[in-house]
Ligand binder design. Structure first.
Ligand SMILES: O=C(O)C[C@@H](O)[C@H](O)C(=O)CO
Length: 265
């Protein structure tokens, strides 16, 4: 299966990955660009949703609850965390843009154990990972410490010439506490937009080994295997990761061939 989903640059949605289209069981991801006053409704039975206001301003209605004026970022490359809203299954999620906006709908199966809530930027942990040309900036939007049934959502900015999700790691073996099974999508953005980055997805036995040139708004699906990203000089990368699997724990294993990189003084 081709793991690269090319964006429909003029489309609505820009990209839409469902469990059926991906051939897996958990992660769903849709990204849309909305003009001011435009509305997008998301509703999928048995699935929880984390709406991320990637850029622009929008209001989000979940059933009878509504939050307005969400979003401070002009672009995903602004140095600030986004607004997000968690929605349980069985309710319609309505997003109305208050300015031109870009919005992500991240979803996974859910038994409906958690109520709808606003997730504010100041509640999200932001961290710097790695060093030298492996430095990248991570924002935990919906980490395993925050309530949800299945979903994990995180975003990463990788500077020009740097690598991230590196050294390569995987999470495809049910062997907690060493490793958990999580499907994952990467929604890629590039700055400036004509840029490109590279992502490789490969397994130990190379049954899967795909190296992809990703462009702005493309999605890479990671059903299993290691999944590092490299960004060429001159372009900055952003990606939004959605992860979900049978257990809501992110425990990964580094590729032993490359793990020495993080031990380097
Ligand atoms: O460390 C990074 O650069 C980001 C990754 O952890 C990314 O979120 C991921 O691959 C999660 O499995």
């Amino acid at each position: 299966m081709n793991l690269l989903v090319k964006a429909d640059q003029a489309g609505k949605p820009l990209v839409d990955v469902t469990p059926a289209s991906a051939g897996w069981t958990h992660v769903g991801f849709r990204a849309v660009r909305l003009a001011a006053q435009e509305r997008e409704v998301w509703q999928q039975p048995g699935r929880e949703c984390c709406v991320v206001i990637l850029a622009g301003k929008a209001s989000v209605k979940v059933g009878e609850q509504e939050w307005t004026h969400l979003g401070e970022r002009q672009s995903v490359f602004d140095d600030m965390a986004p607004y997000a809203v968690y929605a349980p299954p069985g309710v319609a999620v309505e997003v109305t843009a208050e300015s031109n906006a870009e919005v992500a709908f991240c979803s996974a199966p859910s038994a409906g154990n958690h109520p709808a809530r606003l997730i504010t930027p100041d509640s999200m942990q932001r961290s710097v990972r790695g060093k030298e040309a492996n430095t990248r900036y991570v924002t935990d939007i919906l980490p395993q410490t925050a309530p949800a049934d299945c979903l994990l959502v995180v975003e990463v900015r990788t500077p020009s010439g740097h690598s991230s999700s590196y050294p390569p790691h995987k999470h495809d073996r049910d062997a907690l506490p060493e490793e958990s099974v999580l499907e994952e999508t990467y929604y890629h953005r590039l700055n400036p937009a004509q840029g490109f980055a590279f992502q490789r997805v490969y397994t130990d036995d190379r049954r899967i080994d795909q190296s992809m040139a990703v462009e702005d708004h493309d999605v890479v699906m990671v059903p299993e295997g290691y999944h590092p990203v490299s960004v060429p000089y001159g372009y900055e990368s952003y990606y939004l990761n959605v992860m979900a699997g049978p257990k809501r724990e992110w425990c990964f294993k580094n590729d032993p061939a490359h793990e020495w990189i993080i031990a380097k003084p």
